[in-house]
Design a protein around this ligand. Structure first.
Ligand code: MG
Length: 255
């Protein structure tokens, strides 16, 4: 169901989104060689709870028989891992790693969802370009996020921008509406045709999230039932914010 948020609901939702934004500003300072992804996860959970939130991804059902609920606060996906990587004490970051982190905060009835990709240390030229193009794809996409435009205008803009830079977008996963539920309608693919899909209206809140692969778009899932990796072993990056459709430009709630 597509939900249009009232003024009051938007104010409440902004509180959850603020915690998500704060989390990434703090996490960025911690991304250094030698830290484990489990340490990042512990830090994130503490920060969220201290700020009155709840880590919404922790305990999220897999929907697959025999696959346990997601065990952590953060999804941390390193290098050829695209999304849904599980933090681990054994996963120690090293110089040059490309680290995608995705997190949803729940607070006072609403969700704030965002993702960032960080590079540990300096990083290669290729890694930097991939991360920058992924982030820019989000900003290009949301230029279309205005009343009267359609979801397909956002999707096609992201997809074309990414492919014009020689990269691929993941097609099996997509952005989504967000609010009281973590995942609401509509789905927001990172590819498609302009002029198609739901018409945007003020009060809609959307999680727009390009997932970009440096090589071919094919993905695989690891035996843990969660982690998605690139089939060709190439690097992947992810960038996401929760946005609000307004009468004019969209408002980014999780920066
Ligand atoms: Mg997310």
């Amino acid at each position: 169901m597509v939900t249009i948020k009232s003024k009051k609901e938007i104010e409440q939702m902004k509180e959850a989104c603020k915690v998500t934004g704060l989390l990434y500003r703090e996490l960025e300072k911690m991304i250094k060689p030698g830290i484990s992804t489990a340490e990042l996860d512990k830090f994130a959970e503490d920060l969220i709870r201290k700020n009155g939130g709840v880590p919404a991804q922790k305990g999220y059902p897999s929907g697959m028989r025999g696959v346990p609920n997601f065990p952590a606060t953060l999804c941390v996906s390193v290098n050829d891992e695209v999304i849904h990587g599980i933090p681990s004490k054994k996963a120690i970051l090293k110089d040059g790693d490309v680290v995608s982190i995705d997190c949803v905060v729940w607070k006072d009835g609403f969700h704030g969802d965002a993702a960032r990709t960080f590079i540990v240390g300096e990083g290669s030229k290729e890694a930097k370009r991939l991360v920058e193009v992924t982030k820019q794809a989000f900003f290009e996409g949301i230029k279309m996020a205005k009343p009267g435009n359609r979801i397909g205008d956002i999707s096609s803009t992201i997809g074309e921008f990414v492919e014009n830079h020689g990269y691929s977008v993941v097609r099996e996963f997509q952005g989504h509406g967000i609010g009281r539920e973590m995942h609401e309608d509509p789905g927001i693919p990172n590819y498609g045709k302009p002029g198609r899909g739901l018409r945007l209206e003020p009060g809609m809140t959307l999680a727009v999230e390009p997932m970009v692969i440096a090589g071919r778009r094919n993905i695989l899932q690891l035996d843990d039932g969660w982690t998605i990796i690139t089939e060709d072993g190439s690097l992947a990056a992810h960038y996401e914010n929760t946005i609000l459709i307004t009468e004019k430009e969209p408002e980014i709630l999780t920066l």
